[in-house]
Design a protein around this ligand. Sequence first.
Ligand code: SER
Length: 400
Amino acid sequence: MTSQEIRQQFLDFFKSKEHLIVPSAPIVLKDDPTLMFSNSGMTQFKDYFLGYKEPKAPRIADTQKCLRVSGKHNDLDDVGRDTYHHTMFEMLGNWSFGDYFKKEAIDFAWELLTEVYKIPKENLYVTIFEGDASENLERDQAAYDFWKAHISEDRIINGNKKDNFWEMGESGPCGPCSEIHVDLRSEEEKAKTPGVQLINQDHPQVVEIWNNVFMEFNRKADGTLEKLPAQHVDTGMGFERLCMALQGKKSNYDTDVFTPLIAKVEELSGKKYEGILENEKDIAIRVVVDHIRAVAFAIADGQLPSNGGAGYVIRRILRRAISYSYRFLDMKEPFLYELVAVLKNQMGAFFPEIVKQEKLVTEVIKEEENSFLKTIESGLIRVEKLIQQTISETKKVLPS
Ligand code: SER
């Protein structure tokens, strides 16, 4: 299945379960002082959870462009160094606003994964919230019982507040969550180490793919929890990880979400991507193909790189890509802007903003590359001068 088909099947499935399908909100948030970027699918629905606004429909589903590069959810340092974290990623989500709750959410998730996507049941594990005495929160026995109808009890794992109590930020809607993990290792590896031991252990092929949050609380600015007026469901499935699982790959970068971008980088740089984890060239290629998506979509959604706030975060991501490609791909001239057309061909059918803004995005990235490469070059000339100066001064003081 192509990534496009995988995305469409998700939406079709939830449409068949009476969900209204809505477009992704922009990646950049302009009207939420607690958050710069959409860091999950639920951000555009925050006011529905808090009871400030009436939802458009009691059930909604979509794919949301998310960015986790600042604040509470920040994956930037892992990006490129591993095979499954990203700056921008798509989060497939379904929501219930005061409509269905734990049972239906769990049943839907299981049906979609095992009957529609046909992921072998023996490759799946789930986690539930074990409770937290300091917050006076109980173990999520209801989620445990609903999962028991689908999966054997030795595959239902207790998780602590860090992993199984989801919060949007320092404040905002939150609640216990139940994650679904998939084990993509070979049979040989599974025989050596049971998957259950690798859940939440940063194993690149035993990864969380879907988080089902049961929104019941609002974390207030003073840190206390208050009950929300109603109970809601907020789920988020990592699209790129799902593609890895369904396309039989071991890395998100080996799926067709990334391979066209990687092929273009190979063509422009003359360097071959080998998918090696600790190889600097391969890290650089992963950084480039990841970061170009974040930067291109942020600009398409109206956030230009700048010296402050959200614009500065975007500029830093772009500069990280330039710096990696300068150092490890020998790319001394602008080239990232040439990836925008590839991105447009690949994602434009679903995200029309990248088609509409292609010219602007391309020009802004090229301009940023030009200016940062000049800064790097002049910095290097200064360093070179300092080295020469130090050498000649050292020669003067040392006896010949
Ligand atoms: N908000 C939850 C998450 O981001 C589920 O969508 O994991």
